[in-house]
Design a protein. Structure first.
Length: 287
C-alpha cells in the first residue's frame, strides 16, 4: 500500500466526519445562507490565510534541514525529560488493549485531521470572521513557535529512548501510518507535541466562541483530550511534551484572539473611512 492510498483513506474518513459534523454541529439553520457568509469571510481573512500558508511553507523547508541545524545549535533535552518522568509512558502502556489501541490510533490520525480542518469550515459559515481569524492566527503561532522549539531542542520520544519498555503501538496496529508520519515527523522533533498544541488550540477556540456552535465545544474538548492521551499511549510523546504543547496552545490562542479583536475594533463604522495602521496601534494600546 502506497502513501497515495493511505492519504485517500484518511481523506475519505475525514470528509465523512465533516459531513456528519455539518449536520450535527452546524445544523440546517446554520447552513442557510452559508455560501454567502463563507465568501465574505474568505475575503476578510485572506491575508491571514496567506500568513498561515507562508508559515507552513517555511516549516516544510526548515524541517528538511532542521535536524542538522538542531545538532549545531540545539540542546539535547532527552535525558532531562526522561529523568523528570521516568517510566510514565511505559506505565500508561501497561493498560494497553486492542480496543484502546484501535481507538487511539484512529483518533491520532483521523480524529486529528478532522479536528484541525472542521472548525475552519464551520467558522467560515459564521456571521463574523472573529472565530476563524482567531483559529488561523493561532495555527500560525503554533507552527512558528513549534518550529523554533524543534530547532532549539533535540528530544527523542519514549519509543526511541526505551524501546524495550515502550512499544510503537500506532505502527503495530496500523503499519501504513508510517508512510504518512515519516513524511512530516522527525525522531528528534517531539518537544513540544504539536498534536497536543493544535488540538488544545481548537478546544480553547471552541470554548471561547461556544455561543456560535454550542455542540462543537464538548466534541472538540473530548477529541483534544483523546489526542493528547493518544500521543503518549502510542509511545510517540512524553508527558512533558504534552504539557508543553498545552502551554503553547494557550499562548497561540491568546495571540489569535488579540489579533482578531484588534482587527474587529479597527473596522470603520458604516460609511466611515478605513482605519489606518496607526489607528489600529492606538486601539491596541488602549486595550
Amino acid at each position: 500500500m502506497g502513501v497515495v492510498t493511505v492519504l485517500a483513506q484518511v481523506a475519505a474518513g475525514v470528509v465523512a466526519l465533516h459531513l456528519l459534523g455539518l449536520v450535527a454541529v452546524v445544523g440546517r439553520d446554520g447552513l442557510v445562507g452559508a455560501p454567502a457568509r463563507v465568501r465574505a469571510n474568505l475575503r476578510s481573512v485572506a491575508p491571514t490565510l496567506g500568513l498561515l500558508a507562508v508559515v507552513l511553507a517555511i516549516n516544510g523547508v526548515v524541517r528538511d534541514v532542521g535536524v542538522e541545524l538542531s545538532w549545531l545549535i540545539g540542546v539535547n533535552i532527552t535525558g532531562a525529560i526522561y529523568a523528570l518522568e521516568g517510566g510514565f509512558v511505559a506505565w500508561l502502556q501497561s493498560f494497553a488493549a486492542p480496543p484502546l489501541t484501535t481507538y487511539f490510533s484512529g483518533v491520532y490520525v483521523f480524529g486529528y485531521a478532522f479536528l484541525l480542518t472542521f472548525p475552519v469550515v464551520a467558522y467560515l459559515a459564521c456571521e463574523d470572521d472573529r472565530p476563524v481569524r482567531t483559529l488561523l492566527v493561532a495555527y500560525a503561532v503554533n507552527y512558528a513557535l513549534g518550529l523554533v522549539c524543534y530547532v532549539l531542542f533535540i528530544s527523542y520520544g519514549p519509543r526511541n529512548v526505551t524501546p524495550e519498555a515502550v512499544r510503537s503501538l500506532l505502527y503495530t496496529n496500523w503499519p501504513q501510518a508510517q508512510l504518512l508520519t515519516g513524511r512530516v515527523n522527525r525522531n528528534t522533533n517531539v518537544f513540544p507535541s504539536l498534536h497536543t498544541s493544535l488540538s488544545v488550540t481548537v478546544a480553547l477556540v471552541a470554548g471561547r466562541y461556544r455561543d456560535r456552535f454550542p455542540r462543537w465545544y464538548p466534541v472538540a474538548g473530548a477529541l483534544a483530550a483523546s489526542i493528547a492521551v493518544s500521543t503518549m499511549y502510542l509511545g510517540i510523546h512524553w508527558a512533558t511534551d504534552v504539557v508543553a504543547g498545552a502551554a503553547l496552545a494557550v499562548v497561540a490562542v491568546a495571540v489569535g484572539a488579540l489579533v482578531a479583536e484588534t482587527a474587529d475594533e479597527s473596522r470603520p463604522a458604516s460609511g466611515g473611512p478605513p482605519a489606518g495602521w496607526t489607528d489600529r496601534v492606538v486601539a491596541w494600546i488602549r486595550r
